[in-house]
Design a protein around this ligand. Structure first.
Ligand code: GLN
Length: 509
């Protein structure tokens, strides 16, 4: 049965295998992505390629665009031939090969590496999201919502440590070691998934070639009537469409908030606050590591000694993480620190997410679980409110000013609101795809879901430079006001669509 095995936090233990597998994949994705532009623009003397910022961001745009475009293909392949589990395994090793290729430090191997990471991500990303949904029965909607929220915590735990550790090692030690570290964890993650296969039984198994027709017929017999399927697919497309507004504004936020942090935020610390900052910084790093270690311990206890190898690999990866975290903190403590680094704000998103995800998961399961369009709407409104905080905070900055001294509070508040919005929308969307898509199209529909991120990324890239001009002529505050209005408007429209969406979902909550 899908629920076989002991439960952790009321969830099937396979969820946590997927949690960690996805965590290492995201570790490598965000870790490498964070290094990419920095490496390309850094001068040859510092080990980089000395590209212009425009050239580097263009490659970056292509790379992230393709990584979110190819899941359509990867999802389709899994539905038709591979099954979700094999697609994840295969994808994981292809990604790892890509990182190793980038580690090799030659021009051709760098490009081959990027290509492999993109291909592997196309196979891995939609399908790991699909298997999570396959763990739950049709009547376990609340557990499923909570499960996807925890899974999303894994996504961001990976992003957190990837950005922090690959970034630190890449910038301060060597670019290629940074790329290599991303690969090392991907290998461990893929192996851990491989050695945990027994836990999954039939879940995510490939459709057998000889009886593909029979399987298809059986699936069709179980499936809802054709008009219901068609309606539910429409609901998927509406959900996916609204994520364009979300990821468009969110990606724009990533860029503009980093600039805001670097140029307009007062990050100076005086007196003993340098030490206080180091303490905060250490807590920020150690807290997520503690939470994850606890989850790892629970997983080990629930899967037992049969999975010793998988658990040993996982433990090994954690030992390396702890070692690196402590090493990094020790190095930082030895320094005279008087200013909060601008890059620190970038990891606030995944930090808040790891801390808040368990609370949201509990909230959906036990207290408040409104209809999907309402959650989506709330998510978009929260995103807009984050920008409103920035708009308010930057109101005093004269138009065209290159620097200012705005309190860090506004930026931190914006990251908090954005993260809460993300928790109402992104994992919720994954859960809805898994409930609304017919089994035979599951991977493909997750591909469609990520396709909208590719579109949003592209849009954000195109308007980014244009809006730069606007903000030169008008003010930062107006720039942020535009991004307050877009998501809030989209959120309200989606909330108004709730009755229509409920009809199209035919009883799926
Ligand atoms: N942070 C999410 C992830 O990497 C964002 C994915 C998306 O849908 N844009 O999984």
């Amino acid at each position: 049965t899908p629920q076989a095995g002991a439960a952790i936090l009321g969830q099937p233990n396979q969820l946590f295998v997927l949690f960690f597998t996805e965590m290492w994949e995201r570790f490598s994705y965000y870790g490498m992505r964070g290094l990419l532009v920095l490496f390309l623009v850094s001068e040859a003397a510092k080990g980089g390629w000395g590209w212009t910022r425009a050239e580097a961001t263009s490659l970056y745009g292509w790379y992230t665009g393709m990584a979110y475009l190819l899941p359509v293909l990867g999802g389709y392949l899994a539905d038709r031939y591979l099954g979700t589990r094999r697609a994840v395994l295969f994808g994981g090793f292809v990604i790892a090969a890509g990182h190793i290729s980038m580690f090799l430090n030659t021009v051709p191997s760098f490009y081959i590496g990027l290509g492999l990471v993109v291909l592997g991500t196309g196979l891995f990303k939609p399908n790991v999201s699909a298997i999570v949904g396959q763990l739950y029965g049709p009547k376990e909607d609340n557990a499923r919502d909570g499960g996807y929220t925890l899974f999303y915590m894994g996504v961001n735990a990976g992003a957190f440590f990837g950005i922090l550790l690959c970034g630190y090692i890449g910038e301060k030690v060597s670019w290629h070691l940074g790329f290599g570290l991303a690969g090392l964890f991907m290998i461990l993650g893929a192996l851990q998934f491989y050695f945990s296969q027994h836990l999954f039984g039939d879940i995510g198994a490939p459709p057998k070639a000889e009886d593909r027709a029979k399987v298809a017929a059986a699936a069709a017999a179980e499936e809802a009537p054709a008009h219901v399927v068609a309606d539910r697919l429409k609901a998927i497309f509406v959900f996916s469409f609204f994520t364009i507004f979300f990821w468009f504004a969110f990606e724009q936020a990533g860029g503009s908030m980093t600039i805001f942090a670097a140029d307009y935020t007062d990050r100076t610390l005086v007196g003993t606050s340098g030490f206080a900052f180091k303490v905060v910084n250490s807590l920020m790093t150690v807290l997520p590591a503690l939470i994850l270690t606890w989850l790892l311990w629970k997983l080990n206890r629930s899967t037992g000694s049969r999975y010793l190898l998988a658990n040993t690999l996982l433990g090994l990866a954690f030992a390396v993480i702890w070692g690196l975290v402590i090493w990094m903190l020790a190095r930082e403590f030895a320094l005279e620190q008087s200013e909060v680094p601008a890059s620190w704000f970038g990891v606030l998103n995944s930090f808040f997410l790891v801390i808040l995800a368990p609370m949201f998961s509990k909230m959906w399961e036990r207290h408040w679980n409104p209809a999907g369009p309402v959650k989506f709407g709330v998510g978009l409104v929260l995103l807009g409110l984050g920008f409103a905080a920035l708009s308010y905070g930057s109101a005093g900055i004269p138009t065209g000013a290159k620097t200012a001294q705005v309190s860090m509070i506004y930026l931190s508040l914006a990251y908090l609101l954005h993260t809460m919005g993300e928790l109402c929308l992104s994992p919720v969307g994954l859960s809805y795809i898994s409930k609304l898509a017919p089994a035979r199209l599951l991977g493909l529909m997750f591909g469609v879901w990520f396709l909208n991120t590719a579109i949003a990324n592209k849009l954000a890239g195109v308007t980014g430079s244009y809006i730069d001009e606007i903000s030169n002529q008008y003010s930062m505050s107006i720039f942020f006001m535009i991004f307050t209005a877009i998501p809030i408007g989209a959120g309200v429209v989606l909330m108004l669509l709730t009755p229509w969406m409920k009809k199209k979902m035919h009883g799926v909550h």
